[in-house]
Design a protein around this ligand. Structure first.
Ligand code: NA7
Length: 535
């Protein structure tokens, strides 16, 4: 039997709503829809709940936001009874939390595990969706919610000669469930995004040798992780009402930038030193115009480059680790535990792929233009087809058989990140056009789930059976998302935020980083779902 619950046999069912994915989005969505009195079916590719946290089991995987904030808010009881052990919890604990939530709210019986949705098609006449999975399930439902996650389709480059490698290959986003023994082995890691930066220090402690193959250096700040004290928990609880208020009225990453003064050199240095010492990603939130002013951003970028030079003993290695190709924060800031210090270890070597690119994987290792490295294990920490990847991995066909792939040929289009014009009764949790990956994901998920559940509740109450976003409302929203992005430094980076890591993917920044997002969603609902046609 799977880790989750329901049998492995394929199912054929008609329900009111189907929810794809049993990560934090899918779990809460199932809970809300069942509470509305709907019959629901969840479908999950993994054998257990947790989504991203189910798959990303690589050594060192942990949250890059404080765990007290990276938690559900919908249930006061749940908040009271769960205690995080560390400031930035490890993957295993986050997965236990997801599992606890699933059990506490009795959600597992609603989910078919080990089934990946391959097709979803809308029937215009019946006004229902039919979903099919890779193991032959067939679910028919009026409402279809895609809780498929923003970082759930691993990206792995194809390197020549890979099939000849005699050692073991892993991807951080598909790490084995069983313990991986690295003791005495020579390990190569390709990729220095968050996954590489979190895993390299832990791998270096276990392995005989680690060779890091870096194409582009990233900015990373120390987490200063440690046990979470009762005092810290009490402090968070005392400030909880204000915390909720900040979530509700978030100005987004650039919403408060307009007219913000340029801080003086002394103010900047003081702030960055304090935040570097405190640890965590708040260094890049030091000033509201850090993402809009080149001058302010340069100050922060230079500060971190200087810290790298201070921490890393060998100046030549430090120089290779210092990012110069993007403004700090415009690629996701990494939050580490002794990442830069790891390069002072005698068993760690950094290879600069800009200077000596990879030529091939060989039977015994990896060859660059300079030399061959002998490896027992090769780890790909090469990221994800982010944001739109998981939706496009399903053959989704909307009204009149229109394919999502075609509708998004020039980049994703969605209204408020929750619906797509031409795809009635389909909802996307933290989809393109919403704050998603540039906000705290769990509260962002909760806001979407609540909005979607309220929308479905409203439709049932009023007797509506179909909701479809208007193309004009969607176009206006996406234009606004773009305008806000263009006022920032984000489009300058070749990041996964703009799809630059996927060959051939249209380059588009689709994450909403402006102010007033929640208010806009609430306003749309309060006006009887303005921008939608209800039938
Ligand atoms: P990222 O941040 O996309 O990082 C992927 C890394 O892999 C990055 O350093 C890439 O270098 C590198 N990469 C990708 N393809 C290659 C090839 N072909 N050769 C060499 N190096 C390559 O993914 P993560 O999993 O680390 O993090 C994703 C998010 O998950 C993270 O931001 C957190 O929110 C959690 P490049 O920059 O493309 O030169």
């Amino acid at each position: 039997m799977p880790e989750g619950s329901t049998s492995r046999r394929s199912i054929v069912r008609t329900v009111d709503a189907v929810v794809v994915g049993a990560g934090f989005g899918g779990l809460y969505m199932l809970h809300r829809l069942r509470d509305l009195g709907l019959s629901v079916q969840g479908i999950e590719a993994g054998e257990g709940v947790g989504g991203t946290w189910y798959w990303n089991r690589y050594p060192g995987a942990r949250c890059d936001l404080p765990s007290l904030a990276y938690s559900y808010n919908f249930s006061e009881d749940l908040r009271r009874e769960w205690r995080w052990s560390e400031r930035y919890s490890p993957q295993s604990e986050i997965l236990r939390y997801a599992d606890h939530v699933a059990d506490r709210f009795d959600l597992k019986p609603l989910i078919a595990f080990g089934a990946r949705v391959t097709h979803a098609a809308f029937d215009d006449d019946a006004g229902v969706w039919t979903l099919e999975t890779d193991r032959g399930d067939r679910i028919v439902a009026r409402w279809c919610v895609m809780a498929t996650g923003c970082l759930s389709i691993p990206q792995k480059p194809t390197l020549p000669g890979e099939e000849t490698f005699k050692g073991t290959i892993y991807h951080t986003a598909a790490w084995p469930h069983e313990q991986v023994e690295l003791g005495g082995l020579s390990v190569g890691v390709i990729g220095t995004g968050s996954s590489g930066i979190q895993s390299i220090p832990v791998i270096a402690e276990a392995a005989r040798r680690v060779t890091v193959f870096q194409r582009t250096p990233n900015f990373s700040v120390p987490s200063r992780n440690g046990p979470l004290s009762d005092a810290e928990i009490a402090e968070f609880r005392a400030a909880y009402p204000e915390y909720l208020e900040t979530l509700r009225n978030s100005p987004g990453l650039v919403g408060a930038a307009e007219g913000a003064p340029i801080p003086s050199e002394a103010e900047q240095q003081q702030a960055y030193e304090r935040l570097w010492g405190a640890g965590g990603p708040s260094l890049i939130a030091a000033f509201p115009n850090l993402f809009t002013s080149v001058e302010v951003n340069d100050g922060a970028s230079e500060f971190v480059r200087r810290k790298i030079a201070e921490v890393v003993d060998d100046p030549a290695v430090a120089a290779v680790l210092q990012p110069h190709d993007h403004p700090i924060g415009t690629k996701r800031i990494c939050v580490d535990s002794d990442y830069y210090q790891t390069y002072n270890r005698p068993n760690v070597e950094l290879v600069d792929l800009r200077r000596t690119p990879i030529e091939a994987i060989t039977p015994t290792g990896l060859r660059t233009t300079e030399r061959e490295y002998s490896l027992d294990v090769l780890v790909f920490a090469t990221g994800f087809d982010a944001i739109s990847g998981a939706l496009l991995a399903i053959d989704i066909r909307g009204s009149g058989g229109a394919r999502l792939k075609d509708a998004w040929a020039n980049g994703p289009l969605a209204y408020l990140g929750m619906t797509v014009a031409g795809f009635p009764n389909l909802f996307t949790i933290t989809g393109p056009g919403s704050p998603s990956v540039l906000s705290n994901m769990i509260p962002a998920i909760e806001q979407h789930v609540d909005w979607i559940a309220d929308c479905i509740g409203y439709m049932r109450e009023k007797g509506y059976r179909r909701i479809a976003g208007e193309p004009s409302a969607q176009a206006a929203w996406m234009a606004h998302v773009q305008a806000v992005a263009d006022s920032s430094l984000f489009p300058r980076a070749n990041s996964w935020y703009v799809g630059a890591n996927i060959p051939g993917k249209p380059r588009l920044f689709t994450t909403y980083i402006g102010a007033g997002y929640r208010a806009k969603c609430d306003e749309v609902a309060a006006r009887g779902y303005e921008g939608f046609v209800l039938a």
